[in-house]
Design a protein around this ligand. Sequence first.
Ligand code: F58
Length: 804
Amino acid sequence: MGILKDTFKIDYVKKLTNKSGEDIEKTSNWDQYNALASLVREYLTSDWVNTNDRYNEKKSKQVYYFSIEFLTGRFLLNNLVGIGIKNIVEKGLKELGFDLEEIISVEKDQGLGNGGLGRLAAGFLDSMAALSIPGHGCGIRYNYGLFEQKIIDGYQVEFPDAWLKDRNVWEIKKLDKAVEVHFYGDVRIDSNGKYYLENTSPVLAVPYDTPIVGYKNDVVNTLRLWSAQVINKEFDFSKFSRGEYMNAFKKKYDVESISQVLYPNDSYDEGKILRLKQEYFFVSAGVQGIIRSFKKMGIPINKIYDYVSIHINDTHPAMAIAELMRIFIDIEDLSWEEAWDITLKVCSYTNHTILSEALECWHVGIFKELLPRIFMIIEEINRRFCKDLFDIYNKDQNKVNDMAIISDGIIRMAYLAIVGSHSVNGVAKLHTEILKNKELHDFYTIFPAKFNNKTNGITHRRWLLNANPDLSNVITKYIGDYWVKDALNLRELIKYIDDEKFQDEIEIVKQKNKDALADYILEHNGIKVNTKSIFDVHAKRLHEYKRQTLNILHVMFLYNKLLKNPDLDFVPRTFIFAAKAAPSYYIAKQTIKLINTVGDKINNDKRIKDKIKVVFLENYSVSLAEILIPATDVSEQISTTTKEASGTGNMKFMMNGAVTIATLDGANVEIHEEVGTDNIVLFGLTEEEVYELYEKHEYNTQAIIDEDPRLKEVLDQLKNGFLSEDKELFQIIYDSLVYNDEYFVLKDFDSYVKAHERIENYYLDRERWLKMCIINIAHSGVFSSDKTILEYASGIWEAQRVPK
Ligand code: F58
């Protein structure tokens, strides 16, 4: 949209005065943010309405991305840039005496996700809007997002993330679009043989819509998040009158608990009935809402697949398959066969992990009680599927049991998702190959056409254009701004790889970002870091397979080396960690304590003359990533090969000119293909070697330790009082490495040390380093989520772009 600066200034002053009830000079930062965000929401509303009208008029196919997590972060900057008024607003505010950057920083992150999966969902919404694809999100409006992490005495302590405390300016509550979701009850059959439920506990699902703004294309899609409310009776007045205050509100609390808190876990929460409620809650509400708006078009329900695609992001929304079947059969009177045929065409599923602990399963007992009709439908899907398997596998009952959706009293949600979808995709080439050839090989054998790869991506608008404005300006100065519309154009930068001026400018920008991060570290951690040191960053969820332990052991080794020889010629390093651990994941939390303990020791040891610093940044979030990533020299992507499905942090760092130290895991494989061996620092076991180690059962950690005194020394230091008087403190980490090194930390240690030596050498050669950075930026365009989304749209959803 276009707006004149003076018009904006008038609008803003009026809004700020109205909202705050104060003279503008007396307003708080929050008032200023509230007024600006409200104004931007108003500005974009006509595009939002028009976009929906256009989709309706054209009867365009709509994609609904169902996800239990959307980790969107802040909206204000994105929306200002998206509607094309950032510069005008920035200037106007300045003239009024306000600073846009300051105002932007007031917004609370919408942190409704744990990590990569939730962030991917948010990025996909951004890309769908930018590409004019009619695609919307469907999820849960948690009152509390992922916990706020504080580091106290080196330990992670969790606090509630009350992100809704000060009004959420972006959302609109749509009470008229509320639907009922039914739990429990008895399944009955009427005289026509139709199933229905009686005696259920209904819950009201109320949608809140958030605009998802495209990029200068007048498109605004919708993220619809559902909130749980009691139906009718808010509380029991008679109980209240009798003084039973807690009891009077019990029902309200029980119902509202469904959308109260995001589960802070990165594997599935076994047996948690509330989680199962959350899943059915948003799936049922979402599916009902979709069918209701579809029916308004007056098209027969058995043609719905031409107009609607439902994407199942991991298994949490897999019940969408059964819910569609329920509605088609019980309400719309379709036959089982017809309903099944349509459901398959509508649904598609993405797998995000091969970790067995993350593969969602439910006990039949609790499932059946909570969702009796849905259970019946899954049972019937399973019965029919098993019958087919029985024929395919010549009555081999073991094979049938292996692949059954329900087996041994357990429902396997991934199998339901595969059987009930027309497409099953992995999130990076290697991951998809592992699914096809190993983890889901049996399913691949019978449904080869369903399996496909869609390598993840990131939105280059948030992660480069907005998070790193100085780098963006340099890029645009050399190659124009075509890269913003199509990130593949970043390749043009290669032309300037030998241009010294360009190299200088890249270096200056990186230094500026590093200086800013150093300020942040000083302010938040009280640590003064050397801004000329290598900023080596390991930022992601804390998990054993992501191997933060390998990193910190290597830091300890470098420290030992310096203690032995303080005058060693050594490129100074700042090792920066940022990671949240699941609150119940003890060893992960001890790893945070270990990193902080090592940090305290090293940072305060005068003998090593500040050559190493270790920093743990608390509360890793989208906003912190936006500061951290542009300032990174070395990106740590060091998961045990085969374990990281894709990774997306790896792509963000690359796009901001960091050099990756990596195992050949997940999308690192494709980053390697893009930049070539000279521009990524690889180490560690290959896929084949990992599988061989698992299969042969010959992995001997003691032999590795015996052969490597450096490793022996750091392992001993975990428990000999070197780090802490409490010698037991890190025993669990020691034991996991020495006696049960499931993630091959010790095996990869030597190769990791050597990889870091190579990094040091490359960094010393300034020109070589800058060329590596440039090559990484230039080749990062293939990892734009725009490319990924276009592949989903054509290969899975058959959705068209609907530009204005
Ligand atoms: C992540 N999974 C993968 N799960 O680990 C990562 O490799 C991939 O890049 C990313 O998905 C996107 O495809 C992930 O983040 C979760 O956080 C789940 C949350 C809910 C419970 C199960 C894990």
